[in-house]
Design a protein around this ligand. Structure first.
Ligand SMILES: [Zn+2]
Length: 256
């Protein structure tokens, strides 16, 4: 079984401060969770030797030097983030594969629909990944775990999917309703937060520092395939971001 841990960056219902909203995370094979947790724990030991109580790696807190992270100073804060992304980037496929869908303000007609559109996109990509695993002789099912702070809005929405399917087909490889856990309780939701944050920094601030360390982890249909798991929903038809670029090339190719 694969577990997809998801988190958000930006706000889906307020567009006064930011131009982007992201849902992102990682799908991890159940047997690989312990190894990834150990990898992140070792980063804590490197930056906070002697601190055994697990520190909550929340990307924006590290970036801004909140609480305990202030002790590090700005340079080491960035180093810590880079180290975390590097550890994530080292995980081999298919043990870990990342997903992130970002919508920008140009594509938002009704802010009430944003969460649904973006969540639906991510879940559909996760479902496609599992369908491909099935085709390769590795049948599997998926479970979705979301930060419990968002519990109510996601639960209502997922129920709708299971009844009606999505716009893109059914999500029948995803079992049951999503589950919810506290971000402080599981390193895996912290990884999801890091993925969403990297995408947000890339689109909101044109800062590729973090996304470049994990780019190859986004779900691909083959080792050299395009980044199916990284999606940009925008009305800018000329966008050259990592997500749009290959899709435009493919469309151009098809015209001929
Ligand atoms: Zn784009």
């Amino acid at each position: 079984m694969y577990v997809l841990y998801l988190d958000e960056s930006g706000k889906d219902d307020s567009w006064t401060e930011h131009n982007n909203f992201v849902i992102g995370g990682v799908a991890v094979h159940e047997g690989q969770v312990a190894g990834l947790v150990a990898a992140l724990d070792s980063v804590q030991q490197e930056f906070f030797p002697g601190v055994d109580a697990p520190l909550h790696f929340h990307a924006v807190d590290i970036f801004k030097g909140k609480d305990k992270f202030r002790e590090l100073g700005p340079e080491r804060q960035t180093e810590l983030l880079k180290r975390l992304y590097t550890r994530i980037g080292e995980q081999p496929f298919p043990n870990l594969t990342a997903f992130a869908t970002t919508i920008d303000i140009s594509a938002v007609n009704q802010s009430t629909q944003v969460l649904k559109v973006v969540f639906e996109d991510v879940i559909t990509r996760f479902n496609t990944f599992m369908a491909r695993q099935h085709e390769r002789g590795h049948p599997t099912k998926g479970l979705v775990i979301i930060d419990q702070a968002h519990k109510d809005k996601y639960k209502a929405m997922f129920r709708e999917f299971r009844v009606g399917g999505t716009r893109f087909g059914s999500v029948n490889n995803v079992v049951d309703i999503p589950y919810f856990a506290g971000r402080k309780d599981t390193r895996m939701l912290q990884v999801a937060d890091l993925i969403a944050y990297a995408a947000f920094q890339y689109f909101e601030h044109q800062d590729a520092t973090f996304i470049d360390l994990i780019k190859e982890k986004f779900n691909k249909r083959s080792a050299y395939g395009p980044l199916d798991g990284f999606k940009h929903i925008t009305n800018d038809s000329g966008c050259k971001c990592y997500a749009c670029n290959w899709r435009q090339e493919r469309n151009t190719f098809r015209q001929y």
